[in-house]
Design a protein around this ligand. Structure first.
Ligand code: NAD
Length: 372
């Protein structure tokens, strides 16, 4: 199969859909790979790295869209890219269609077969192509939180690990899923005094069994959440209720009960945020002050570490990309129900129920789509 990877054009997106390692793997399976010139630069990969991996370089995205049987990207295709998609072409990337009618309609019009990273599943009920980005955001959260706590940034001026004779920062992580676990591990590694709150007892049991010596756990009742937050220097919001906006766990009025200069890092901002005073910020201007509490609410945290994020995402997408290239999308999806769940659009039909419900568009079952 001929696989193409254009340079990402969404503002502030430095990741790239195919790493040189993934290109090399595809070439080793007998496929050809073309990368748009400069596509890997933001993640630290040169055209030469791709050529060394056996890929070819194209000057424009138009050449890639015109020639490739499968397009592999990171972000949802932008309007100009959508116009270049065609019937029979496979698009493998993040789509997030439920909140994006314009994109959905364009993809339906294109006739392409679109497989969304975010809806591919795994045997443990997880989302294997979302998890790497949650891992990145989780591990980044204490790092940006530590920076936010510095005096020059409006923070309390508390060092995460303390020093001999001075106690460490108190860190509260609300939500002990993928983001929260990674955040707690890194915060504990920095020497902070960490407590993770969750509403799931099985999850708390797991965290206590595996990380009992490194951080504490607490049930996330409203009372516990507030009591621990009042003592915290840094609070990391990492909750998720699948398919719903994040619950607001600290209100504006409650900010007055927190320590002056405390830092809130709201990783759940991409689902609306879990603090009432959260609003999405960018890497250029990541923090702001509400009532003396510093907020960090960057919606695309993994973009700050584009190289790590690209490699992590590439590791997760590569087996699926290779399966799609080796078998064609139909056979690959027929043989792997988890990949079939990634199918969102095929030949002018929507094939993902939740998107159809959100946008009130008729849906063809993905199993029937295999026969179209
Ligand atoms: N800002 C970014 O760049 C970025 C990057 C990746 C993920 N995220 C977001 O981070 C959030 C967490 O993602 P995840 O992958 O860790 O999800 P996850 O499903 O693995 O974990 C979420 C956890 O929150 C818990 N939870 C739900 N409601 C709660 C409540 N009221 N109090 C305490 N715990 C509660 C759940 O039991 C679960 O353990 C999501 O909103 C995700 O979209 C943001």
């Amino acid at each position: 199969m001929h696989i193409g990877c254009p340079k990402e054009i969404k503002p502030q997106e430095f990741r790239v859909g195919i790493t040189p390692i993934a290109a090399q793997e595809a070439v080793a399976h007998g496929h050809s790979v073309t990368i748009e010139t400069g596509a890997g630069t933001g993640a630290g990969f040169s055209d030469q790295d791709y050529i060394a991996a056996g890929a070819t370089i194209a000057d424009t995205a138009a050449e890639i869209f015109a020639s490739a049987e499968m397009i592999v990207k990171v972000k949802e295709p932008q309007s100009a890219e959508r116009k270049m998609l065609r019937e029979g072409q496979i698009l493998f990337t993040y789509l997030h269609l439920a909140a994006d009618r314009a994109q959905t309609e364009d993809l339906l019009d294109s006739g392409a077969t679109c497989i969304a990273y975010e809806t591919v599943t795994d045997d443990r009920g997880g989302l294997p192509l979302l998890a790497p980005m949650s891992e990145v955001a989780g591990r980044l959260a204490p790092q940006v939180g530590a920076w936010t706590l510095q005096k020059a940034n409006g923070g309390r001026g508390v060092l995460m690990g303390g020093v001999p004779g001075v106690g460490p920062a108190k860190v509260v992580v609300i939500g002990g899923g993928v983001v929260g676990t990674q955040a707690a591990k890194v915060a504990a590694g920095m020497g902070a005094d960490v407590t993770v709150l969750d509403r799931s007892l099985p999850r708390l049991r797991y965290l206590d069994d595996v990380f009992g010596g490194q951080f504490k756990t607490s049930y996330a009742s409203a009372g516990n959440t507030m009591e621990l937050s009042q003592q915290a220097d840094l609070i990391i919001g990492a909750v998720l209720i699948p398919g719903a906006a994040a619950p607001k766990l600290i209100s504006r009025a409650q900010l007055a009960e927190l320590k002056p200069g405390a830092a809130l890092v709201d990783v759940a901002i991409d689902q609306g945020g879990c603090f009432e005073t959260s609003r999405a910020t960018t890497h250029e201007d990541p923090i702001y002050d509400v009532d003396g509490i510093m907020h960090y609410c960057v919606a695309n945290m993994p973009g700050a570490v584009a190289r790590t994020s690209t490699i992590a995402l590439g590791n997760a997408t590569m087996p699926f990309m290779i399966a799609l290239a080796n078998k064609g999308w139909r056979k690959a999806c027929e043989e792997d129900d988890h990949l079939l769940r990634g199918l969102n659009v095929h030949a002018g039909k929507l094939t993902y129920a939740a998107v159809g419900k959100a946008l009130e568009i008729d849906v063809l079952s993905p199993v029937l789509a295999l026969k179209v």
